[in-house]
Design a protein around this ligand. Structure first.
Ligand code: ACO
Length: 325
């Protein structure tokens, strides 16, 4: 057996210093810690400082991932930034990060799949690496959702936060199935019929403004549990693994109730869910690498562990990635 796998060499994360608690929010809109926590599991979120941009967050997470991977900017030949909150309409925020980390070769571009962006980024990088076109990739999820929230809308402003996470992937040739590691399988889905259930009401070619996030919360909730369960079941079926063989479930952190509902539906032990939504809220494309980083830093996640990631977001988009760490 000889196959190429995309192996994670290092992971990094960054959260802005400023913390906004549910109690702080209750001074801005008509809400309470009790309401927010009981419906979402969120206690607090991090918010960028004035002048702090998505590229700043992404650069910090990327530099930490590079250091932990033992590589430097020039060793990277593909940079994929998953974000819905770029610094500017163009150029891609990925090229700013490319310049900041000194990766002056290869290619850098942004990828937009909202909360599913990191999983879409992993799948895209994996296919480039497996094809032999690139050797090392940096996949980053970085968001400043605080800039697109309507801070007068209690239905949405309580749910999101800012942050960034990143992984360095390397194409490695494996000679025996006993050594198998890296990204084993990815599954991606989109269904544009639901694009009006979670969206931003502005953009360069429609209103000429940045716009604000709008959401039909109940509809999103209903589709989330169904779609995520479907894609996970398909991933397990194709890979030959069962739910009880998963060591860690590292999902997109939107809402504790969505994660508990999904775990119940697929028969996964709730103890195996890496949950960071209480401290970070929903950081969209950044939430999976931030959760991964948390589980690596606290020592829960170890080499050889089987890790299942999943996400769903606006579009709708959704997907999963199964990884042997
Ligand atoms: N504080 C207090 N009351 C509130 C708040 C708030 N922050 N927000 C809404 N309410 C009120 C509503 O106005 C409503 O009041 P009314 O009955 O007088 O009209 C009441 O609370 C109930 O509102 P519902 O929308 O029915 O509340 P629900 O139990 O459905 O919870 C929630 C809302 C938390 C948004 C839920 O629908 C949800 O989690 N949806 C998924 C949304 C999500 O996770 N989106 C993230 C992006 S997508 C993704 O990443 C998967």
């Amino acid at each position: 057996m000889s196959l190429i796998r995309s192996v994670i060499l290092g992971c990094g994360g960054y959260l802005p210093e400023n913390v906004l608690t549910n109690e702080d929010l209750a001074k801005i809109v008509d809400t309470s810690d009790e309401w927010i926590y009981s419906r979402t599991g969120i206690r607090q979120r991090h918010i960028v400082a004035e002048g702090e941009m998505t590229s700043d967050l992404g650069t910090k997470a990327a530099l930490q991932a590079l250091e932990r991977a033992g590589v430097e900017g020039p060793d990277i030949d593909l940079i994929l930034l998953a974000t819905s909150t770029p610094d500017n309409t163009f150029p891609a925020t990925a090229v700013t990060i490319q310049a900041n980390i000194g990766a002056h070769q290869g290619v850098a571009f942004d990828l937009q799949a909202v909360c599913s962006g990191f999983v879409f980024g992993l799948a895209t990088a994996d296919n480039f690496l497996k094809s032999g076109q690139f050797k090392r990739a940096l996949v980053i999820g970085a968001e400043t959702f605080s800039r697109i929230l309507d801070w007068e809308d209690r239905n949405t402003c309580v749910l999101f936060g800012d942050g960034a996470g990143a992984v360095v992937l390397e194409a490695q040739k494996l000679n025996s199935s006993a050594d198998d590691r890296g990204i084993l399988l990815t599954e991606l889905r989109s269904d544009g019929r639901h694009r009006d259930k979670l969206y931003v009401d502005g953009g360069p070619s429609s209103t000429g403004t940045v716009g604000h996030l709008r959401m039909h919360g109940r509809e999103v909730f209903r589709h989330a549990v169904t779609n995520i369960s479907e894609v996970i079941n398909r991933t397990l079926e194709l890979s030959g693994y069962s739910a009880d063989q998963i060591d860690w479930f590292v999902p997109h952190q939107a809402n504790k109730r969505i994660l508990d509902g999904t775990a119940r539906k697929i028969g996964l032990d709730p103890e195996k869910i890496v949950m960071t939504v209480d401290k970070h809220a929903n950081t969209s494309a950044a939430s999976i690498p931030l959760a991964l980083n948390t589980a690596l830093e606290d020592g829960r996640l170890k080499e050889g562990n089987l890790v299942l990631m999943e996400a769903m977001g606006g579009g709708f988009t959704w997907g999963s990635a199964l990884i042997k760490y």
